[in-house]
Each structure stands twice: as C-alpha cells, then as structure tokens.
Design a protein around this ligand. Structure first.
Ligand code: ARG
Length: 406
C-alpha cells in the first residue's frame, strides 16, 4: 500500500489533486494535511467538508505560533519584497515542515502539493521537502493543469469548490497577509472593485483617526496600548484595528522567482503597522551607520524570505547582525491610523541615541561642544569637490582659449 501526504487547503487546486493522486498517480491512500497559519475558520470548515466528501484522512496542524514568531523575525529585519510583507512567502516553509513531519510519522512514501509550475510556492515547499528522501509529486505542474480545466474537472466529478468567490480569484490568507490574484485581476490595467478586500475598509470612508501604542522588546512587538500580548493575538488585534482604517492595501506588479511578473493585491494591516513602528523605533536608537548598513542586511533577509529559504546559512548570519542591533530596539511607538495610513507620530526608548539638548536650538553648550566648534568642519565641508571643480574649470578655460586660436 502506497500513501502520499498532500498539502491540503480545501481550495480548487488541492481538491482536484486528491482525485488525481489516486487516479493518475496510483497512490492507494492520500493523507491530507491542512496547516493552520491563521486562515479564517471558514477555510477549515471547507477543508473538512471536502475531505469528508472524498473520504480523505485529514490532519490539521496548528502552526500559528511558529508562523507568528517568524513574522516577528521579519519585523526585526524590516522585511518587505517590492513592498509586500511576505505573508505567503513566510508561511510556506512553516507549512512544509509541518507536512513533512506528518508524512514521516504516518509513514508516507511521498509528498504532494497543488502548486502550479509558474509560481513561487512550488519552490518554497520543495526547498524544505527535498531535505528528506520522500518522493515529491506536483500534479498541477506535472499534468500542466489550468484553472479552467480544474474547474470543469471539479464540476464533472462533483467535487466541492471554495464557495467564497466561486473560484474566480485565487486567494491565500494567513495571519500576516491576504493575497488575491487571478481572474480579472490578471489584467494589470483593471481597477479592482471593493469586493476583493476583506480585511480593510475603503480608506476613503475611514474618516476617523485612532492612536495605538506599540511596545517593542529587542525589536519584537510585545504589547498594544500597554497590554502584553502573544504574537498571534497581537497580530490578530492589530489586523482588526488597522484594517478598520483601511491600512495595508498593496496593488503591485511582483517579480516572481522564475522571472514571471504577477499582478498581486494584498491586505496586511498589522504588518504595515508593525513594520512602520519598528523602523521608526530603529530611527531613534540606531546610529546612522547601523541604519545604512542594516538596510542592506534587511534587503538580503527579505530576498531569502521571499524565496522561502529562511533556513539558509546566510539568514543565520544576517540574523546575527540583526540581533546585535535589536538589543537596543526596546521602547514604544505611537502610530496614528488615518485614512488608510499608519503613521508613526511618537517614539520613546531608554536607548535613544538622541540628545534633546544637543539638537535643540535653545542650548549653548553640550558636553563641552559649542556652536563655534562646527566652524572648522564647515570650512572643510565640500572642500574636495571645490578643488575638483576648480581644476576642471581651469582646464576647460584653457581648451576654450585653444579653440579661439583655430
Ligand atoms: N505572489 C505571492 C508570493 O509568491 C503570493 C501568492 C499567493 N497565492 C495565491 N494563490 N493568492 O508570495
């Protein structure tokens, strides 16, 4: 008897895969694994329903806490990819690990996902799975299935399909972001209607403002308005609060790993808020040199995060640097929600690399340094550029003279 563990969401792709793994691939048993990274309850109900209709043995694994921890690592690295806070990308390695674990304990022969051969998720899943000796099967990619074919197949075989949008869009939701793609959104020139959004109200109608104070410890978000919360709860509450102000919508052209561009729409109210707050606190406590260099480290972290390679040795090394800087990123930031924006309006920390006295226009002498001490610096400032320009002008002047003689 052969069995395969399938990454199962209850959505169209994975629902079709259940049948195909038996019929086309000849597996005797399909073990469905749904990993909870904060999808809405309705998705689990759908997954259970579909599994039941299939007689599919379904395992639901709760990985919310692990996923939220990874999201907070990404906050420490200010991680976004082309403006997208990596919700789908960071969830994949967490999901892949959980499925691999089930496959191993259940003694499965293979691992399967319902990803297409065009997207990023196939790469992210397999980067984790190919560490094991289990076979990896990708029916949608290998059989070159299209969404239309899948919809027709589901109808012909009476397979239940995601009810929410009748499968018009492909939606991926977890704690950190909600992604909507496909259907009419594939036309980058199409203006999406309000109906694609679920987490955010139309920023145009969000006229009231609200303040929220976010507490950080070592760069990790730990509290909202003084109340300490675990990462999952903190993200959930902030998604609700910021979402009500229309915060965190992204409509973008995204360059996928294979080079194909995709038009993506995202909602990520909590992520937008936490990233803005974190960066603002870094602005208070880190030196300019650290901030400049960290931007490069952050970019590399985000790139690896996007690739689903958070286990890469480079990431460990980058996190070494990040951790060194984050030891001082402790304090609070006040964010003002206003009309779709999350704007830092105040920040405080015991580690502030800032002296109000030194920067103030109203004090004369700080640490023995007076205004006059800047005179020498001001004289030298731009000196090399002035020398270079003067030399060039002299040469050009000579050339002009030579020109006159001709
Ligand atoms: N393009 C994004 C990524 O690669 C998200 C894809 C989400 N998938 C979906 N079916 N909506 O991270």
């Amino acid at each position: 008897m052969t069995s395969v563990a399938l990454a199962f969401s209850g959505g169209l792709d994975t629902t079709v895969c259940v049948s195909l793994l038996k019929e086309e691939y000849g597996y005797d048993e399909v073990v469905g694994v749904t990993v909870d990274v904060g999808q809405p309850e309705s998705e689990f109900a759908e997954a259970r329903e579909t599994a039941e209709a299939h007689g599919l043995d379904l395992h639901v694994v709760d990985a919310k806490a692990e996923f939220a921890d990874l999201c907070f690592e990404s906050v420490r690295a200010n991680a976004t990819y082309q403006g997208y806070p990596l919700g789908t990308a960071l969830a994949r390695p967490v999901i892949a690990e959980a499925i691999l674990e089930v496959a191993e304990t259940e003694g499965c022969d293979a691992l399967a996902h319902g990803c297409t051969g065009k997207g990023n998720d196939q790469l992210r899943f397999e980067a984790v799975w190919r560490r094991s000796d289990l076979e990896v099967v990708a029916p949608v990619r290998e059989l070159e299935l299209t969404r239309e074919w899948e919809m027709a197949y589901a109808e012909d075989n009476d397979l239940p399909v995601q009810s929410g949008n009748d499968g018009v869009w492909s939606i991926d939701t977890n704690l950190w972001s909600r992604s909507v793609e496909g259907g009419d959104l594939e036309d980058p020139g199409h203006v999406p209607g309000e109906e694609i959004y679920e987490w955010t109200t139309d920023p145009a109608t969000a006229t009231e403002t609200e303040l929220v104070e976010i507490g950080f410890e070592d760069g990790y978000p730990v509290a909202l308005d003084g109340e300490e919360l675990d990462p999952v709860e903190l993200i959930r509450r902030l998604n609700d609060r910021a979402g009500a102000h229309g915060v965190g919508r992204t409509d973008m052209m995204e360059d996928r790993m294979l080079g194909l561009k995709v038009r993506e729409n995202y909602e990520h109210p909590a992520a937008t808020t936490l990233l803005a707050a974190h960066e603002s606190l870094e602005g208070l406590v880190l030196t300019k040199d650290e901030r400049d260099f960290k931007r490069r480290v952050d970019d590399e972290w985000a790139q690896k995060g996007y690739e689903g390679l958070v286990d890469h040795p480079l990431v460990d090394a980058l996190e070494g640097f990040v951790a060194e800087t984050q030891a001082r990123v402790t304090g609070t930031v006040t964010i003002k929600f206003e009309g779709g924006r999350a704007r830092p309006v105040a920040r405080e920390s015991e580690y502030a690399a800032y002296s109000e006295d030194a920067a103030s226009f109203n004090t004369e002498d700080v640490g023995g340094i007076t205004q006059k001490d800047a005179t020498g610096v001001a004289k030298y400032h731009g000196f090399q550029g002035r020398l270079a320009n003067a030399a060039r002008d002299a040469v050009e002047g000579r050339e002009d003279d030579e020109g006159d003689w001709e």
